[in-house]
Structures are given as structure tokens and as C-alpha cells.
Design a protein around this ligand. Structure first.
Ligand code: COA
Length: 409
């Protein structure tokens, strides 16, 4: 029986703080008029609270997606976080998100494909599901690029915003869901959009920090030329691979980088504005989060109906591009969820925090009290030591207690 990958849950999360173009006028030599006419952006959300990070935004968006789907986090098989502003080089942001959600049976990894990353991750989820390796995959795009932007560089700081969007993709026998995808890369253009330092090529040092090499550097015109060329062709290819024509597409959900880039794609594809979702005026360029955030907006605005064909298309650093066609299968609007289910979900999310805190505390306690000095071949002399050893073996076996058997294709 063929397995389809259906989007059954969705959510987004945006930092509270809004930075308008007028605010930016007070930071750099720019104007509301320049930003609006050259990009279409009016404001963006910025994570000014240090407790708000790529992982916390991702967790909130994913919790919303799980709530909408009414699926517990324990059922998720894989968490994919697409991001260019991860919490650390390692551990992966996805592992932190998996822990924060209490997705105790899930694998987790980050996906780095810049602004195309969400569509890349959606395509990976499709593959995992179609191949029988997963039933539920959380696909999350999350960014706090404001922390990698040089706030004295007017050519980049006016463009980006922070936020996260998530979808829960589920295996289904109902035809539809992800119908096709196109993924592309041209690394020869890697220097057009880059954070030069902080990786293994140019590790962070006093010099890299002093010269601002840990900030986003962009050749705006170069990226613009690439984007206007690639968006329409990737979109067209994805539609053809789905066995459809552009007339079958009810809604284009493009990466929200620049209104002029989107308009150029619309023109090339012959799509009028009522078939295109544009929300970058409110959020700026949230990189890989822009498409799932826009999907949530489209649903909220009543622009998605059951059996609609949605065309998602992204482009960005790498250079990368990605497009996918999704046949929407969930009837909308959703019936309202009972207060009891909402309470159950928030109870489970609180328990995940307690569980995470408990596991960290136990690890620390074990290291302090017994730790490395203990020879595993010798029996512990005290009841406390034996108890801790048992706990340690449970901790080190990690998720094995709840591990699901591999699924046959
Ligand atoms: N405010 C005011 N003036 C600005 C400015 C700002 N924020 N940023 C640049 N300028 C100035 C430039 O210095 C330049 O001045 P000059 O002619 O005196 O040298 C002038 O505006 C034109 O600059 P230019 O870079 O040619 O503008 P543009 O029309 O190409 O628009 C971008 C710049 C960045 C908006 C546009 O190139 C773009 O959107 N590129 C794609 C970027 C992108 O999408 N990146 C993310 C990919 S996922």
C-alpha cells in the first residue's frame, strides 16, 4: 500500500518585540520609504529577550503543531529543525527541541540549507514516511538571525526577522500530501550570502570578532539576480513533477525575502496576487521559517481549503533552492478542540520540562557523587551508590526503554 505524507498540524511562534522601519531609522542611515519600496518590509519581530532562542521559538511552534494535530509528542519519530542560526555548532538545535517537547521516541537532527531549508526538510520527511521509516515527523524552520546581523550594516539589518514555523507530517493511506519536490544547490555562489567566521575554516578569534566576520555578509544584487531566475524555474519543475499545471495551483507560498523577487516569480509563472501569499511586510525575511509561518497565515486567513494544491518555493544561501507541491487534505476550518484536550497537551508539555530538568539534575548529581571514580566492575558499597548506578544505566540507555521497533517498508 502506498504511503502518503500529509501535513496534519501546523504552528508558528514569533518573538513579542516588533521593530518597525521607523525604529530602524534611529539605528542606521535608512528610511521607511527606502525599505518599503526596495523590499516590501514594514516591520519584523526580533528576539530581544535572551531567553528567547532558536530552540525556544521552535518548541513553541512545534507544540502548536502537535496541539492542532492532537498528537502527543511521544508519537513523533523524527524532529528535523531547519535553521541557519542554531543554538550551537553542536548539540543540534533539534535535539534540544526533542527534549523540550518530550518527544522521547524521536531521533533529531538539524538541516542546514539556509532559506530553502524548510522545503528541504519537508522533502526529507516525505522520504522517511514514504520509505516506511517514520509515522510522524516534525518539520520545523526556526531562526534568530537578528543575533548574526551587523546592526550597523544597513544593507542587511533591515531585511531579517526572527520566528519559527512548524508542521507535523504524518503517514497516511489517503492520497495527497507532499506530491513532489525539487531540491537544488550551486555551491559556487556560496560567498554571495555567508557568515564567514565561527566555523572550522575560520574559527572564532579576537581578529574575526574585531573584523565582524561572524556577521551575515551579503551581495544583495547577486542574490537578487539568482532569486529572480531560480524561483520560477524551480516552482515550474515541482508542478510538472506533480503531474499538474500552474492552473491547478490554488496558492503559491514563496519564501518571503523581497516583494520584488516574489512579484517577478508571479509574473513569470502567470499567477495573480490572489493566488500568492505575501506576509513579509509584517515579519521581514525570517529565512527558513518564512514558508511555514506564511502557511499558518494562509490557513488563518481562510486561503487554504481541502484538496487545494499549494506550491512552496524557497531559495537562499548555499546557494540553494527548493520547491514542493502539497495537496492539502485536512478539512478547514478545524473544529474547535475541547478544553480537556488543550489541558492535556499543556500538561504533557509541562511534564516534558519537568522530565528534562530531572534528567539534567540526576546526571549532575551522579557525576558529583559517584562519577568517573566508580569502577563499574566493582559492586557499589552503599545503597545510595547502587541506586545512582541503576539511575545512570537508565540514563545512559536513554530512549531505549521506549524505542519503537524499526518499521518495515
Ligand atoms: N537604506 C537606504 N539605502 C540603502 C540601504 C538601506 N537600508 N541599503 C542599501 N542602500 C543603498 C546602497 O548603499 C546603494 O546606494 P548607492 O547607490 O549610493 O551606492 C543604494 O541603496 C542601492 O543599493 P542596492 O544594493 O543596489 O539596492 P537594491 O535595489 O539592489 O536593493 C536589496 C538591495 C538588498 C534590498 C536587494 O538587493 C535584495 O533584496 N537582494 C536580495 C537579498 C535577499 O533576498 N537576501 C536573502 C536571501 S534568502
Amino acid at each position: 500500500m502506498r504511503r502518503y505524507a500529509q501535513i496534519i498540524g501546523w504552528g508558528r511562534s514569533l518573538p513579542n518585540h516588533i521593530l518597525t522601519n521607523d525604529d530602524l531609522e534611529r539605528i542606521v542611515d535608512t528610511s521607511d520609504e527606502w525599505i518599503r519600496t526596495r523590499t516590501g518590509i514594514r516591520q519584523r519581530h526580533i528576539a530581544t529577550d535572551p531567553r528567547e532562542t532558536t530552540a525556544t521559538l521552535a518548541i513553541k511552534a512545534a507544540q502548536e503543531a502537535l496541539r492542532v494535530a492532537d498528537v502527543p509528542a511521544s508519537k513523533v519519530d523524527m524532529v528535523i529543525v531547519s535553521t541557519s542560526s542554531p543554538e550551537h555548532i553542536f548539540p543540534s538545535t533539534a535535539s534540544l527541541v526533542q527534549d523540550g517537547l518530550g518527544a522521547v521516541h524521536a531521533g533529531a537532527f538539524d538541516l542546514s540549507a539556509a532559506c530553502s531549508g524548510f522545503v528541504y526538510a519537508l522533502s526529507v520527511a516525505h522520504g522517511l514516511i514514504a520509505g516506511g521509516l517514520a509515522e510522524y515527523v516534525l518539520v520545523i524552520g526556526s531562526e534568530t538571525l537578528s543575533r548574526f546581523v551587523d546592526w550597523s550594516d544597513r544593507s542587511t539589518c533591515v531585511l531579517f526577522g526572527d520566528g519559527a514555523g512548524a508542521v507535523l507530517v504524518a503517514a497516511s493511506e489517503v492520497p495527497g500530501g507532499v506530491l513532489s519536490s525539487v531540491l537544488g544547490s550551486d555551491g559556487s555562489g556560496g560567498d554571495l550570502l555567508i557568515i564567514p567566521a565561527g566555523g572550522s575554516k575560520l574559527p572564532a578569534s579576537l581578529e574575526t570578532v574585531a573584523s565582524g566576520q561572524h556577521y551575515v555578509k551579503m551581495d544583495g544584487r547577486g542574490v537578487f539576480r539568482f532569486a529572480t531566475r531560480i524561483m520560477a524555474s524551480a516552482a515550474q519543475e515541482a508542478v510538472e513533477r506533480a503531474g499538474l499545471s500552474m492552473d491547478d495551483i490554488e496558492l503559491l507560498i514563496p519564501h518571503q525575502a523581497n516583494r520584488r523577487i516574489i512579484e517577478s516569480a508571479m509574473k513569470q509563472l502567470g499567477l495573480a496576487e490572489d493566488r500568492v501569499l505575501i506576509d513579509l511586510d509584517r515579519y521581514g525575511n525570517t529565512s527558513t521559517a518564512s514558508i511555514p509561518i506564511a502557511l499558518c497565515d494562509a490557513i488563518e486567513e481562510g486561503r487554504v481549503k481541502q484538496h487545494d494544491h499549494l506550491l512552496m518555493v524557497g531559495f537562499g544561501g548555499g546557494l540553494t533552492w527548493a520547491a514542493a507541491v502539497v495537496e492539502w487534505s485536512v478539512p478547514l476550518p478545524l473544529p474547535s478542540t475541547s478544553w480537556w484536550r488543550i489541558a492535556q497537551h499543556s500538561g504533557a508539555f509541562h511534564m516534558a520540562q519537568v522530565r528534562s530538568f530531572g534528567r539534567r539534575a540526576l546526571r549532575r548529581l551522579y557525576n558529583v557523587t559517584v562519577g568517573e571514580q566508580e569502577d563499574d566492575n566493582q559492586p557499589s558499597r552503599t545503597v545510595f551508590g547502587r541506586g545512582l548506578r541503576r539511575l545512570r544505566s537508565r540514563l545512559s540507555s536513554g530512549r531505549s526503554s521506549g524505542q519503537q521497533p524499526p518499521k518495515e517498508p
